[in-house]
Design a protein around this ligand. Structure first.
Ligand code: SF4
Length: 379
């Protein structure tokens, strides 16, 4: 990426940094040193890269920049320790990230992982807005503006580390946007998180609305990052109402891809489900979910619903309410020997669901209408 005629180093992989240093007449191993300064130590000034000779640092300053996000707003929930961050991009668009401490991650009556208490998960955005328009999602109401670069994705973790002085241990691509529609940048960012920020691939999860080709690609590339699928219903008619992408890729297509992914990687998939009153919490729906969940080894994450009433939703979105049967539904799933985890309603008071803060804080109703106009022009 170029910034004012200079190359922005933030988001470049070791390989790409190698090309930059070679072009400047330096040995390729210098890329390893710069990679470490950028991603392990998070420096933003070439002068701080003290193991590089001063003439080389000066040369870097002339041809390159380290340009990241601008932190705008931070909301902390004293109740559960969840923190939400709002960032401005260089073109003044807004994205958000959510830091989720262990107590508010998934609650399970079964075996907890050993490292549960030290886990600190960052939910990162991959697009500005999203084109998929799920009925329950604030981000969807923004429409799609653009993909984030690998640097804009990576800088979310670097900024959060800097702002909180805490070590992020897990990453979920579950913020604003559909990550598999921005495949190359998301995979580049994952590689950087792993190589430079010390986050193992098994601690990185990509959450998708269900794009079969991209799921297959993850499998064929033998990615060790985890796959989560926003399912929300195992009945095509219901899922299509909640998630329009299902009209293009119905459940059978999705399940075939998930099955191939499992065969290639041996990794079980996570299905995410929000139960809505009278929509997907009926006997028929739960029965279909149980049958679907038996097809490929999986676990089910049950996520509480954060109302998006402030976005003035229309259609089915206007009538969505959280199911009052949540406990009973989870019990049903467990009675059928399925692993069902329940996320606490952490962060509700700070708009911690996808897109809520960015839509609410950065856009007045008038601005939101303007953004929608912009989105339809760019579609
Ligand atoms: S839930 Fe995810 S895929 Fe659906 S509109 Fe929101 S950001 Fe896009």
């Amino acid at each position: 990426m170029e910034a004012k005629g200079k190359t922005n180093l933030l988001g470049l992989t070791k390989e790409q940094l190698g090309d930059v240093v070679e072009d400047l007449g330096e040995p390729r191993y210098r890329a390893q040193q710069i990679h470490e300064w950028l991603y392990a130590r998070g420096v933003t000034d070439f002068r701080a890269m003290t193991n590089l000779a001063k003439p080389f640092r000066d040369q870097l300053s002339r041809v390159a920049v380290i340009q990241g996000l601008t932190p705008l707003h931070q909301t902390f929930s004293p109740k559960d320790g969840t923190t939400k961050f709002l960032f401005a991009l260089s073109d003044d668009l807004r994205i958000e990230s959510v830091l989720i401490p262990p107590a508010t991650a998934f609650r399970d009556t079964e075996q907890q992982e050993e490292d549960e208490q030290s886990r600190l998960t960052l939910c990162v955005s991959t697009q500005v807005g999203c084109p998929l328009d799920c009925a329950f999602c604030a981000t969807g109401t923004m429409g799609f503006l653009r993909n984030l670069s690998a640097g804009e994705i990576v800088d979310q973790i670097l900024q959060v580390r800097r702002l909180t002085l805490r070590r992020v241990t897990n990453i979920v691509f579950m913020g604003m946007g559909e990550p598999l529609l921005n495949y190359d940048s998301v995979m580049a960012a994952s590689g950087i998180f792993t190589a430079g920020a010390g986050i193992a691939q098994k601690r990185i999860t990509v959450s998708t609305a269900g794009l079969p080709d991209r799921i297959r690609r993850l499998g064929l590339e033998k990615r060790k990052i985890k796959l989560a699928v926003s399912l929300h219903s195992a009945v095509d008619a219901t899922r299509s109402r909640l998630m329009p992408i299902n009209r293009r890729f119905p459940l059978e297509d999705l399940l075939a891809a998930v099955s191939e992914y499992y065969e290639e990687t041996g990794q079980r998939v996570t299905y995410e489900v929000i139960f809505f009153d009278g929509v997907n919490d009926t006997e028929r729906e739960v029965g279909a979910l149980i049958r679907l969940a038996r097809r490929v080894p999986c676990k089910i994450n049950v996520i509480p619903y954060h109302s998006i009433a402030f976005t003035d939703p229309t259609g089915i979105g206007a009538g969505l309410r959280p199911s009052p049967r949540l406990e009973e539904l989870v019990r049903r799933l467990r009675d059928h020997h399925l692993t069902a985890l329940v996320r606490s309603s952490a962060g509700e008071e700070i708009d911690a669901a996808c897109g809520q803060l960015a839509v609410r804080l950065s856009r007045s109703p008038g601005e939101r209408r303007a953004v929608r106009g912009l989105a339809s022009q760019s579609a």
